[in-house]
Ligand binder design. Structure first.
Ligand SMILES: CC(C)(COP(=O)(O)OP(=O)(O)OC[C@H]1O[C@@H](n2cnc3c(N)ncnc32)[C@H](O)[C@@H]1OP(=O)(O)O)[C@@H](O)C(=O)NCCC(=O)NCCS
Length: 179
């Protein structure tokens, strides 16, 4: 699903500022931690993209129920060349899970990255979220590793499918010019 689209359940998926994603990021991913922990490195960089699913109002004031972010960051393996993106902070409110909102937020992030260009997108996925990323075309790389206090993770990645530029308008058909 693209950005700014209303899904059949009435959620609006849209690009938002960092301040809109942090409360849910904190509540779901970092419960009990101070709000400052929900500020990620690169959150406010001009290249960073944050996406939220809102319900309850279609005018940007609805409640944020699912979020995700993508920022420019090299993956933890050697590479050269084009820009790499990291997806972070994927979170959905427990009462709205398993309805596709997380997948839609991730899809909107990937759409936004396709417009911005780059070589690859990667993440350190929590093990239970692995299928979310697999459904979006990510593949695992390397062994499962433990993040103390959070649990098993696996690094996942996929290429960025860059949107090709539209064909230039050919103008009036040949022979259509008046003489
Ligand atoms: C990971 C997370 C963001 C996914 O959000 P979500 O809104 O539940 O995601 P989706 O609904 O798109 O997908 C979840 C499941 O719902 C299923 N689903 C998707 N659309 C559906 C629909 N319309 N009807 C029924 N089920 C559906 C999917 O098949 C998926 O199941 P699977 O993972 O077994 O394949 C959410 O579970 C979460 O916040 N988890 C805790 C934090 C976390 O682990 N974050 C990820 C860190 S890497």
């Amino acid at each position: 699903m693209g950005v700014g689209v209303v899904d059949s359940g009435g959620a609006v998926i849209e690009v938002v500022g960092a301040e809109a994603v942090r409360p849910l990021r904190l509540a779901v991913l970092l419960p009990g931690r101070p709000p400052a922990d929900a500020v990620y490195r690169g959150d406010d960089a001009p290249t960073t993209v944050h996406v939220a699913a809102r319900v309850g109002a279609g005018d940007g004031t609805g409640e944020v129920v699912a979020v995700g972010s993508a920022m420019v960051e090299d993956p933890p393996w050697p590479r050269g060349g084009e820009r790499a993106w990291r997806v972070r902070g994927m979170a959905a409110r427990p009462d709205v899970r398993d309805r596709g909102l997380g997948g839609q937020v991730l899809g909107a992030l990937l759409d936004a990255l396709a417009e911005r260009g780059g070589a690859l997108v990667w993440c350190n996925a929590r093990a239970p979220a692995r299928r979310l990323y697999e459904r979006a075309g990510f593949a695992a790389r390397g062994e499962v590793f433990d993040v103390p206090g959070i649990g098993p993770h696996v690094t996942m990645w996929r290429t960025v499918l860059t949107v090709s530029a539209p064909e230039p308008d050919p103008g009036p058909a040949a022979g259509a010019h008046g003489g």
